[in-house]
Design a protein around this ligand. Structure first.
Ligand code: F3S
Length: 429
């Protein structure tokens, strides 16, 4: 792999042992990926503060420098970690101190994470604590090279913002944060960003939040790790619908990029989505039967109508989603024995608080929670057997993670389940 003089200097230790270890990792990683060179980046979204038993042991042995060296740099060397070289943010992690007594999450994890936030804050990591950094100020520009983790954020960055990132890991984002470099391959290269599969919506109209999620789940199954292009009978989506669509496509498949001609920035036309002069593949139709099949798949783990737990906000909710939930809960109370959690970026909860939405939800018995989610922290209200959600991603993962039943429906159906304790959802035309 070609290295610039500056990269060779870092590799050879001119900026300290930790930066040298980071560069060594990137060189090994780049070679494995067959990357011709490294990209300059100034935007890292990774995870350093997420608590784990291994992290707790490493911190006990050698402090946070040791934990970062082993987990984020794949190095057993005795390193002193310098400040981040480029803007770096922490994605979602565990629950914070204000969730104690609400969420059954180990107090030791809360304390370890608080300690981590203090260390990484001093090293220049912005503790955004959300899977949607693009909702709270981390908005890379079109064409900007980044090093991001979190599949739902990566697909949003590539497709909606037109930024360029592969789906990175804990070690590669750690190394990127100390060097401002990442292997230049995959989604970083223009020629790898074109559409590969055509999905045509026909016989139905995709407009609702729920329908965008089901369409994403279908597109991910069709495209796998490639790039679906969506055409046909769709309404112009907003941030929340594209957030849901992308998260679902990255869940049923490994989609990191998609195009919607006339809507997403790199596909002004269908021709541009596949590249000038390239043949447009035969369309795979998403119609009434496919929509029904997606709904059935996302509800196949649901059997008992008695709902213990309702989860909204996966990916983390926008302010508008919190406002909608508050409107649906206004003047109502949750059923005894049923809990409702809405996951939201911590910075947006401040807005929800000031707008009065949190108070409405709390009065009804619900919770507006931050930093994490049930799938991420492997936790739900004690005794949960059946949960309901409006998120295709959470419906896909949480039953396997916690061994519980799942219902997938509209936000309104989920709120209704929280209020009545019963699942009464159905697929409407
Ligand atoms: Fe975010 Fe958790 Fe969903 S991290 S994307 S809310 S699974």
């Amino acid at each position: 792999m070609f290295l610039t003089d500056d990269e060779k200097r870092m590799r050879d230790g001119a900026e300290g042992d930790a930066v040298a270890a980071a560069m060594d990792l990137l060189i090994r990683y780049g070679a494995a990926l067959d990357a011709p060179r490294l990209c300059d980046i100034r935007n890292v979204a990774g995870t350093m503060t997420q608590p784990s038993p291994v992290k707790a042991r490493l911190v006990a042995e050698g402090g946070w420098d040791k934990a970062f060296a082993v987990i984020n740099l794949d190095s057993d060397a005795d390193l002193t970690i310098p400040p981040m070289r480029v803007p770096t943010c922490q994605l979602q992690h565990g629950f914070g101190p204000d969730s104690v007594d609400i969420v059954p999450y180990p107090r030791a994890n809360v304390d370890l994470q608080s300690d981590a936030e203090s260390f990484y804050g001093r090293h220049g990591v912005n503790i955004l604590a959300t899977c949607t950094p693009y909702q709270v100020g981390n908005l890379p520009l079109r064409g900007e090279h980044c090093a991001w983790m979190e599949s739902s954020a990566v697909i949003y960055a590539n497709s909606v913002l037109g930024a360029r990132t592969n789906c990175e890991g804990i070690a590669s984002t750690g190394a990127a944060s100390l060097t401002g470099k990442v292997p230049c391959c995959g989604n970083h290269l223009e020629e790898n960003r074109l559409g590969t599969h055509l999905v045509s919506v026909s016989g139905i109209h995709v407009e609702s939040f729920q329908d965008w999620g089901m369409l994403g789940y279908f597109a991910g199954g069709i495209a796998g790790e490639d790039h679906p292009v969506i055409v046909g009978d769709i309404s112009r989506p907003d941030l929340t619908e594209l957030k849901h669509f992308g998260a679902a496509a990255a869940t049923s498949g490994g989609v990191e990029m998609y195009h919607i001609p006339g809507i997403t920035p790199e596909a002004p036309t269908l021709e541009a989505a596949f590249g000038p002069g390239a043949a447009v593949p035969e369309a795979v139709v998403y119609g009434p039967a496919e929509r029904q099949a997606m709904y059935a798949t996302l509800n196949e783990i649901g059997s008992s109508p008695d709902v213990d737990f309702v989860l909204l906000g996966c990916p983390h909710a926008s302010v508008d989603q919190v406002r909608q939930a508050a409107a649906a809960l206004e003047g109502r109370s949750l059923s005894a024995g049923t809990e409702l959690w809405i996951m939201v970026p911590r910075a947006l909860r401040e807005i929800a608080d000031r707008s009065g939405y949190t108070a409405v939800i709390t009065r009804a018995g619900g919770r507006v929670l931050t930093d994490s989610c049930p799938a991420m922290s492997r936790t739900a209200p004690a005794g949960t057997r059946v949960f309901a959600t409006d998120s295709a991603k959470q419906a896909h993962y949480l039953p396997a993670i916690l061994g519980i039943e799942a219902w997938f429906g509209t936000t309104e159906e989920c709120v209704d389940a929280a209020v009545t304790g019963r699942w009464r959802g159905e697929l409407r035309p």
